[in-house]
Design a protein around this ligand. Structure first.
Ligand SMILES: [Zn+2]
Length: 286
């Protein structure tokens, strides 16, 4: 009994850490000071793991100050299949809206980057895992069509688990719809730059993400179609440790660059200026 008592005292004496002051890195498992991570653009100071950031934070990082003008913000998902798993799809949509404070898993709009007008498409993992349903597909397509009309480079930043199961076949059709929009966009000489952030998976990888003229990924991002467990079970082989990480994909020619978040904007602007030099980008600067 004495042994139990001693144990109990030890537990109650444990120093309490104020909630939210520290954060555990998903990659290196180190406990790091939240403020330090935030100052570092949400990149782990110990291992350079890039934490997920919201679409709004991403826009702040990429767009010139005050230049972002949202389009399609009134489009909201409906529930055509009256879908229900443990909870109804309608309920999940409501929960996501409350949690993420945005109305869908993607924010689209015109912006200026380093003086270049562009069209931005930014996914937010906090809204139903950044999944692509009918509204995400429609917003992407509207943005691509508008970019083509106005001769703007198209820049997408993905963070998504893939298709939105709750919309069944309608969500899978968005792969064809967005790919067709990119094919139409590609008839012009305008660039489509695709940036992959952690994680980019499933139907989003199989459409929007991998169709970029230039494909950039953030360090250590997980990028793939199916998850590693499903692949291991299917091919009955053990996968290499860094499988589906951005660096592995770069080594195997799947993507063009791995760029730190801190250098992401200047890299995109540099690319736009190089393409502009070849008169591919509208040269109108603010
Ligand atoms: Zn870390």
């Amino acid at each position: 009994m004495a042994w139990f008592k001693k144990e109990k005292t030890a537990i109650t004496k444990r120093v309490k850490i104020p909630e939210g002051l520290w954060v555990k890195c998903d990659n290196c498992k180190e406990i790091v000071y939240r403020k330090e991570v935030e100052k570092n653009l949400k990149v782990c100071p110990k291992c350079n793991y890039h934490f997920r950031i919201s679409a709004k934070e991403r826009i702040l990082l990429l767009a010139d100050e005050g230049s972002f003008k949202e389009i399609g913000e009134n489009l909201m998902s409906v529930d055509p299949l009256n879908f229900k798993d443990q909870v109804t799809y309608k309920e999940r949509l409501k929960e996501s809206l409350k949690k993420s404070n945005i109305s869908e898993a993607v924010i689209t709009g015109e912006a200026v980057m380093g003086g270049y007008p562009v069209m931005l498409i930014v996914f937010d993992f906090a809204f139903m895992g950044g999944s692509m349903g009918s509204v995400v597909g429609e917003k992407f397509t509207i943005a691509a069509e508008k970019a083509l009309d106005e001769e703007l480079p198209l820049i997408s930043i993905t963070s998504s688990g893939g298709a939105r199961m709750q919309e069944g076949i309608l969500s899978l059709m968005q792969m064809a719809k967005t790919s067709a929009a990119i094919a139409r966009f590609n008839r012009s000489t305008l660039p489509y730059i695709s940036i992959l952030s952690d994680p980019t998976f499933g139907g989003v990888t199989a459409s929007i993400a991998m169709l970029g003229d230039i494909i950039i990924a953030e360090p250590k991002s997980l990028i793939g179609f199916a998850g590693p467990r499903v692949i291991e079970q299917t091919i009955k082989q053990q996968l290499p440790e860094d499988f589906q990480r951005a660096e592995f994909l770069l080594q195997h020619g799947m993507i063009d660059m791995v760029i730190n978040r801190r250098e992401l904007k200047q890299t995109i602007v540099k690319l736009l200026s190089l393409i502009d030099g070849n008169s591919k980008v509208k040269s109108e600067k603010l």
